[in-house]
Design a protein around this ligand. Structure first.
Ligand code: ADP
Ligand code: MG
Length: 218
């Protein structure tokens, strides 16, 4: 199913109440399943806001003025709740503590697919596959509170992969990872790439060699 347009964002405008000018101004792009797209730009250029808009967190949870249309797999997600749109498009936050909500890693990884009523064996297979690829299988039964920042980041990334939406938005996933973990993450993304669209915000160049496109915000 590669080469299918999975995301269509048209005429996106957004700004927060405190901002006079549009932060995102008439921004449009299409993206296909199988692509890895990087969103680059300096701190404050709007990378997190763009990802949050694409999945609907802005304006549904974080209030901002937002215009334009976002269509995922033919569906206008503005009419869906975040829970309803999560199998289509989901995001991991730069700061893992904003996202992690369970005591143990295994619970965090099972929550998304359990909520979608995916069968138990399939959930276990996803968890095994993802944690082996990211080399965090030894953390499965650990308390999240005992993990390092980088390990927490990998758990949030693993949790979006076990949820398995069609479009995955990763907000600065490279921030705080060791070089070895980054290599594991890149390999993991490549394994899932064929059936997914990855949109990755970053200020660094780690993902340049696997990216199909780079969009720079200014
Ligand atoms: N929830 C918010 N409320 C008000 N202003 C915000 C909010 N989030 C971000 N901003 C502002 O919007 C601009 C873009 O922020 P952000 O999208 O976080 O950029 P980046 O991720 O590229 O660092 C910044 O000026 C930031 O201060
Ligand atoms: Mg950001």
């Amino acid at each position: 199913m590669s080469n299918k347009i999975i995301l269509k964002a048209t005429h996106i405008f957004s700004k927060f109440a405190s901002q006079k000018e549009w932060l995102l101004k008439d921004f449009s792009f299409d993206a296909k399943t199988g692509e890895i797209i990087l969103i680059k730009g300096d701190n404050g250029s709007g990378k997190t806001t763009l990802l949050s808009l694409l999945c609907g967190i802005v304006p549904k949870e974080i209030k901002a003025e937002a215009r334009g249309k976002i269509i995922i797999n033919g569906i206008d997600i503005s009419n869906l709740t975040l829970a309803q749109s999560s199998p289509l498009i989901s995001m991991t936050f730069q700061e893992p503590d904003y996202q992690l909500s369970f005591p143990k890693v295994i619970h965090e990884l099972a929550f998304g697919p359990e909520n979608l009523n995916i069968e138990r064996q399939k959930i276990e297979d996803r968890i095994t596959n993802v944690t082996e690829l990211l080399k965090i299988d030894h953390l499965l039964y650990k308390d999240i509170a005992t993990l390092s920042y980088g390990q927490k980041k990998l758990v949030t990334i693993a949790s979006i992969l076990t949820l398995s939406p069609k479009v995955l938005l990763l907000d600065e996933p490279d921030d705080g990872l060791t070089v070895a973990s980054l290599e594991n993450l890149k390999r993991c993304i490549s394994c899932f790439q064929k059936d997914k669209l990855f949109i990755i915000s970053t200020t660094k160049s780690y993902f340049n060699d696997v990216a199909d496109r780079i969009i720079t915000l200014s």
